[in-house]
Write a new protein. Structure first.
Length: 216
């Protein structure tokens, strides 16, 4: 069995949610705050909302609010259409969000100051990571670790890692490619669609892709 150059370090990930002082009552206020709110807040309402909302059609919090609180389905669809897999920095993501909200307000002036049914409260998630005792030196050990890890840890290694690595990839694919020297398998794992899976489904699909390669 092929052994890695460097071990894969599994972590336990947990999050503490903090409500900030920023809140929006109108689309105009949402647009203004999006330009200046913290990167942690942008991250929480987009990448981390995938975990909370189980990959529904409007899976980021801004799209959900535009739909349910502002009754603006066209804007909700524009915001939901942002593919997080294309974003490798919070700055990229912020620009994508603000350009859509600003553009919508320009084209729909009457909607910009209309009071929403409920306020949008900007939050941040404080991430706490603890290295686990287990490490993987081959695919069999990686498979076993993925099978045991919590869903929050799956989210950390497969979703949140895209911004941390500044790459359009995830921790598993990055390790499989750079430490195991299996670029084809890395591409197959990376090709798993994060928008059509729950976290449980995502875990199972990762395992299904990896398993046939264990004895190669």
């Amino acid at each position: 069995m092929r052994q890695a150059k460097q071990p894969f370090q599994f972590v336990t990930a947990s999050y503490l949610i903090r409500i900030t002082r920023d809140r929006a009552m109108t689309l105009e206020e949402l647009a203004r705050i999006l330009h200046s709110c913290s990167e942690a807040s942008i991250f929480h309402h987009t990448f981390q909302s995938l975990e909370r909302q189980h990959y529904v059609s409007f899976s980021n919090d801004f799209a959900q609010w535009a739909l349910t609180a502002c009754n603006e389905p066209p804007l909700a669809e524009e915001l939901a259409a942002i593919d997080l897999r294309d974003c490798t920095s919070i700055d990229d993501l912020r620009k994508s969000l603000t350009s859509r909200v600003d553009g919508y307000i320009l084209d729909n002036a009457s909607a910009s100051t209309r009071r929403a049914f409920e306020n949008f409260f900007f939050c941040e998630a404080l991430e706490f990571l603890v290295n686990r005792d287990e490490k993987a030196m081959n695919l069999a050990e990686l498979e076993e670790g993925i099978r045991k890890m919590s869903l929050q840890t799956v989210h950390h290694h497969f979703i949140n890692s895209r911004l941390r690595l500044r790459l359009q990839t995830n921790d598993f694919s990055n390790w499989i490619d750079t430490s195991l020297g299996l670029p084809e398998l890395a591409r197959r794992v990376e090709g798993i669609d994060i928008y059509v899976n729950t976290l449980d489904g995502l875990r199972e699909e990762i395992l299904q892709v990896i398993h046939p390669w264990i004895d190669r």
